[in-house]
Design a protein around this ligand. Sequence first.
Ligand SMILES: *Cc1c(COP(=O)(O)O)cnc(C)c1O
Length: 332
Amino acid sequence: MTGPGSGSGIGLEDVFRARARLAGRIERTPTVASPGLTARCGAPVFLKLETRQTTGSFKLRGATNALSALPRTALATGVAAASTGNHGRALAHAAAEAGIRCVVCMSALVPANKVEAIRALGAEIRIVGRSQDDAQQEVDRLVREEGFATVPPFDHADVIAGQGTLGLEIVEAVPDVELVLVPLSGGGLAGGVALAVKALRPMARVVGVSMERGAAMHASLKAGRPVLVEELETLADSLGGGIGLDNRHTHRLAAALLDEVVLLTEAEIATGIAHAYAAEQEIVEGAGAVGIAALLAGKAVPRGPAVALLSGRNIAMDLHRRIITGGVPCPA
Ligand SMILES: *Cc1c(COP(=O)(O)O)cnc(C)c1O
């Protein structure tokens, strides 16, 4: 069986296979009720706390699944990847666990806290250019000229299947889920989660949430093909970057499986981060807070049980402190 109408060639059985591979290597993260958001929305709201995942984001699922699917011979030189931070950190962790050399290429927009966390895991860092696409060109060179294997951040069947294991956990925790809010950038997370959720519970809505500033998938869905969008500074830094003009899987998955894409202002994202801290006692990075932010802004309205996927926690703590004390910094 393949995904419901996705046309991607990735199916529910791939997600279950990923779950078997990931067993014992990742955390099964908690799904908790939010009394505050439930009262506000008039429907039960739950938070999937993937903020508690090892390395601080869901990216460990896809990276670990894809790395363990690669033949050992392909990994003789090492593995290289471009990253806005969390994928690099996840891959660095997965590579260290497997004893494989890891090179992470990043643009100058990646926050220093994320760069340092990757270095601490023993990976080599290369800062290249001002965009994800610049960083990707260096990865392409390492693969072409130096024999590295690569695990891309989102547009790869094993990465998507790995992220999809979150969809299984969400439906298992909230079997009557009506709305799943998923942070959306390249669409590996939303594609995988939608694939699993729609296969198990076809009537559930899956809504992608991005920032207004540089929402590449939103623009590409509107255009009907992958398009370039200028990468801008945003509180949701993990949602920055394009979807790749040669996108193979995630554009089609998002077009087929997402019911809607919601865009948020910087102030709305800041409100989501502040609410997560003050009302839920959770430290969440901008990208991870967009589901809560969409509910608070009234841009997503549950008609039944809703789950907001909190995708990561890796925010610089000085920025976090400024946001929760009301000094909402708006990038120029
Ligand atoms: C990468 C990332 C996302 C977006 O995932 P995509 O698969 O690129 O759509 C969302 N939140 C966090 C914390 C991330 O690191």
